[in-house]
Write a protein that binds this ligand. Structure first.
Ligand code: ZN
Length: 218
């Protein structure tokens, strides 16, 4: 029987991955992290959706991430940047986050006899986050194999999809409404449609409009 672990956050991308995993593997469980994010409601959404999907969700605290460096997703004193600065990633970047998440996920996976790990990172709508790039995932996969002497397969079903294609995938998986209404992608922690003005909402909503347009025309 095939088993997989999804790195989960309760957002649009990882929720789509959760249902993608359910389609491709016999048994799916999920892992989420409390890393000191501003909006703990994200984890509440994650719990709610995982329960509906009948997926066991394991939540772990790794609060050190918000202490060793500062970014606007963990530091309430910092304003979320609404425009992408040209010369560096936006201040919503949590340095090292995907590497830490995937490393903890890999340790957990091995302990549970799982070698397939799914993550919702992608580089089509590249937001300047270096740890969303395919090159990084391939490199980390190799490093994890070596570090634990284990054959991991990190799957990135969204790697080359833009937001409208991710909406399409959710629709094809039959979970369009769940993703639209219950996930939290907004940097201000507002469920579903979100605030509409933060960079994450803009990207999400632009993709949704594009997808619905192409669907109605097709
Ligand atoms: Zn927002």
């Amino acid at each position: 029987m095939s088993k997989a672990l999804v790195v989960y956050s309760g957002g649009q991308d990882s929720t789509t991955c959760l249902f993608w995993a359910k389609k491709h593997f016999d048994e799916v469980c999920a892992i989420a992290f409390d890393y000191g994010q501003r909006h703990i409601v994200e984890l509440e959404a994650a719990k709610q959706i995982a329960a509906e999907a009948d997926v066991r969700l394991n939540i772990f605290k790794i609060n050190l991430l918000s202490e060793v460096s500062h970014n606007s997703l963990t530091d309430n004193a910092m304003e979320v940047e609404t425009n992408q600065p040209g010369h560096r990633p936006p201040n919503t970047l949590v340095e090292g986050r995907n590497m830490l998440f995937l490393t903890y996920a890999a340790v957990f996976a091995k302990a549970n006899g799982i070698s397939d790990i799914i993550t919702g990172v992608g580089q089509a709508d590249y937001s300047g986050y270096p740890d969303c790039r395919n090159e990084f995932i391939k490199s980390l996969n190799q490093t994890l194999n070596l570090s634990m002497d284990y054959e991991y397969h990190i799957h990135t079903p969204l790697m080359w999809l833009d937001k409208s294609e991710i909406w399409q995938m959710a629709d094809e998986l039959g979970v369009f409404e769940i993703v639209r209404d219950q996930t939290i992608t907004c940097y201000h922690g507002i469920q579903g449609e979100g605030c509409g003005t933060c960079p994450s909402c803009k990207l999400r909503n632009r993709g949704l409009i594009k997808y619905l347009k192409s669907k109605n025309n097709g």
